[in-house]
Write a protein that binds this ligand. Structure first.
Ligand code: ATP
Ligand code: MG
Length: 652
């Protein structure tokens, strides 16, 4: 690494051309007004093998090509680049509270392991542009496999390890991998979760057949190897211990990976991403939003099967020269202090999690958190779903660090809305994920007129093209679906629709009000489920709630709430529950008006969520309306639906 780059990483303030310190407003405006100049500067944060000839080619909108003609490599920037300055410092810290194992890989170790994995892949016939499907638990080998693909120009498609055979089979058929990398089993809450039998079932169900399956045997579950197809990782690794696999330099717009969206609102979409734009976007976000410096430790509690895992477990922190923690386990085993003990032990400086996990922690005594030395922690970033004010204030008080909400999507790869504290220490605002990040021209659009909304007027959150570097290139194998899905809602403009509702307040802070298909129409009033949920959960006894719109002959639709109680033991009988229901309704009446009042508030112990922790409102709604619950391939716990059914069946 050159001195100049070192300086870039450490630089305290950003300066404009005349040397003045830039505030965020100037920085943001520069990104929209001179995108080529702006991103050319950001591109200096990574190593290029060959310089690009054009920063942006937007000649075929909505497709955007960034850093045209440039050659780089994600694995080089994440691993090799750091060998000259910090080879012996931690790069990957793999912690499993399930198996009790913990292993620290330095940048040099990681470099060796990735080359071994890359050599194995090559020996199994994987070539540049081939897809490799990764169906793995949260173990170091999963990161080796992703980085090995990046190294040799193969395209990875990580499928969340918790998915069942059916979901896996559709993704095999969509991605058409030549190789699948998997393991005997994962572990969750103390139990081995077998992967291999599910994988065999999925391959049997799929029409596409991978040539090989590479299996990491953790010794958790017996495995039946299919002769000629299945390969044992440990044995192959022995044969490639001294492997040297040079980086394959890739044109910036080559494909780096395919990742499917969570499927909260329907059939998952295969998000396809590039190489150069993604590397630059991540490097820039690590500097301006996450404020990470080389040598520090980053801990994202997500899973490699989600976009947060791609951007902020594997690539982002490593590209910034940070060590990254890969965690297999739950937030509450052996107790709810486990994450904080990891923060203390590894001196974690930046942490990234999801509101759903914090709500889980909130049910446990805060002392478990406070008994650890959290002085290394500078900020906690939360994303993935709306961050309610109660949860946000609670964790801020307990941790004593800033809580930075950030709003984005699998499609964008990095935050659309947040607070760029690396540029300027702008204040956060409770309930708001913040302001548009540089490069995103975010607009609130009136759904029926297609015109921009005034301040505080609710509309669809849209982004004016071109999308900045790092965002999806297209839907894998389906350009038409990309254009039709995302760019056709407001046909007269080059506007990308996020399918989320939002408002912008007079100061420019945005608020996300739920998904556009999560709207309730009560007697002609359009209400976002999120607003009603926020109101219900402001009642002191409610820990979590889902609100859906249910067909009603008189009003068109009515709101129905399913709430989880903080202390269910206080409400043992029907009479107590009815009294509480009335209290909750009164809260909504007062805050939003009678029109938003839920027709019923049911009390349940759990809510149906996707494996990524997002509420499956469409399934709850379907059950309430007596329909089939729909595509449930990504559901966390199917029994939560039984509870909804039982609640509906119980007498009034
Ligand atoms: P699908 O698109 O397949 O239905 P999904 O939208 O749940 O699935 P993701 O890309 O994982 O898949 O999730 C992105 C969505 O999550 C956003 O569009 C938004 O609805 C929600 N979201 C993410 N972060 C936040 C946040 N900070 N505040 C509010 N909502 C958020
Ligand atoms: Mg989505």
């Amino acid at each position: 690494m050159t001195d100049r780059k070192h300086k870039n990483q450490k630089q305290q303030h950003l300066r404009n051309q005349t040397g003045d310190i830039m505030n965020y407003q100037d920085f943001y405006q520069a990104s929209l007004q001179q995108p080529a100049q702006f991103w050319d500067q950001q591109a200096q944060l990574i190593d290029w093998h060959k310089p690009y000839t054009e920063v942006l080619d937007h000649s075929h909108p909505p497709f955007a090509r960034w850093f045209v003609g440039g050659e780089t490599n994600l694995c080089h920037n994440a691993v090799d680049r750091w060998l000259s300055t910090q080879a012996d410092q931690p790069a990957l810290i793999a912690i499993s509270t399930e198996t009790g194992q913990e292993q620290v890989y330095s940048f040099a170790d990681l470099h060796r392991e990735v080359q071994r994995m890359a050599a194995i892949m090559q020996s199994l016939g994987v070539k540049q542009g081939d897809r490799v499907l990764i169906y793995m638990p949260m173990i170091a080998e999963a990161a080796f496999a992703m980085l090995a693909c990046a190294r040799i120009g193969a395209v990875h498609s990580v499928v969340f390890g918790g998915f069942a055979a059916k979901s896996l089979a559709t993704r095999i058929d969509d991605a058409q991998p030549v190789l699948i990398v998997s393991a005997d089993a994962g572990m969750r809450a103390g139990k081995a979760v077998p992967y291999k039998p599910l994988l065999d079932e999925a391959i049997a169900a799929a029409s596409h057949q991978p040539a090989h399956v590479l299996l990491v045997d953790r010794g958790l579950e017996p495995m039946q190897l299919v002769a000629g197809r299945d390969v044992d990782y440990a044995a192959s690794r022995e044969q490639h211990l001294t492997a040297q696999v040079p980086v394959t330099w890739l044109e910036s717009n080559a494909m780096s990976y395919v990742l499917y969206t969570s499927g909260t609102t329907g059939k998952p979409k295969g998000v396809q991403r590039d190489v150069g734009g993604y590397a630059v976007a991540l490097a820039a976000s690590m500097k301006h939003i996450f404020c990470g410096n080389p040598g520090e430790v980053y801990f994202a509690t997500s899973d490699i099967g989600w976009v947060v895992g791609h951007s902020y477990i594997v690539y982002g922190p490593l590209i910034a020269g940070m060590a990254t923690i890969m965690y297999e386990g739950t937030p509450i085993r052996p107790d709810a202090g486990i994450w904080w003990s990891i923060v203390a032990r590894h001196r974690v400086s930046r942490m990234f999690s999801a509101p759903t996990a914090i709500r889980v922690l909130k049910k446990h005594p805060p002392e478990l958190m406070k008994q650890h030395d959290l002085s290394s922690l500078k900020a906690l970033y939360l994303a993935g779903e709306p961050l309610d004010e109660t949860t946000s204030s609670w964790i801020a008080t307990e941790l004593g660090v800033p809580i930075i909400d950030n709003y984005w999507q699998t499609e964008t790869g990095w935050p659309i809305l947040s607070i760029a504290r690396g540029v300027e220490h702008k204040e956060t605002r409770l309930g708001s994920p913040g302001v548009p990040m540089y490069g995103y021209d975010v607009r609130i659009i009136n759904e029926s007129t297609g015109q921009e909304c005034a301040a505080n007027e609710k509309g669809v959150v849209a982004i004016r093209g071109p999308l900045p570097p790092g965002c999806m290139q297209t839907v894998f194998g389906d350009d038409a679906r990309f254009v039709n899905t995302y760019w056709s809602q407001f046909a007269h403009e080059q506007l990308y629709s996020t399918f989320d509702w939002g408002i912008r307040d007079a100061d420019g802070y945005f608020f996300i009000l739920g998904r556009t298909d999560d709207v309730i129409n009560v007697a002609g009033h359009r209400l976002g489920t999120r607003e009603i949920e926020e109101s219900v959960s402001s009642h002191a006894q409610i820990s979590e709630v889902a609100v859906v719109g249910v067909e009603d002959k008189l009003k068109g639709q009515v709101a129905v709430a399913f709430a989880i109680l903080k202390r269910p033991e206080l409400y043992p009988g029907e009479a107590e529950k009815r009294a509480l229901e009335a209290e909750v309704m009164a809260v909504v009446d007062k805050q939003l008006g009678a029109v938003a009042r839920p027709a019923r508030v049911h009390f349940v112990n759990s809510l149906p969520k996707t494996r990524s922790g997002k509420l499956l409102r469409r399934s709850i709604q379907a059950i309430c309306e007596g329909r089939d619950a729909g595509d449930l391939t990504t559901i966390e716990d199917p029994s939560s639906l039984t509870q909804i059914q039982a609640a509906l069946a119980s007498p009034r």
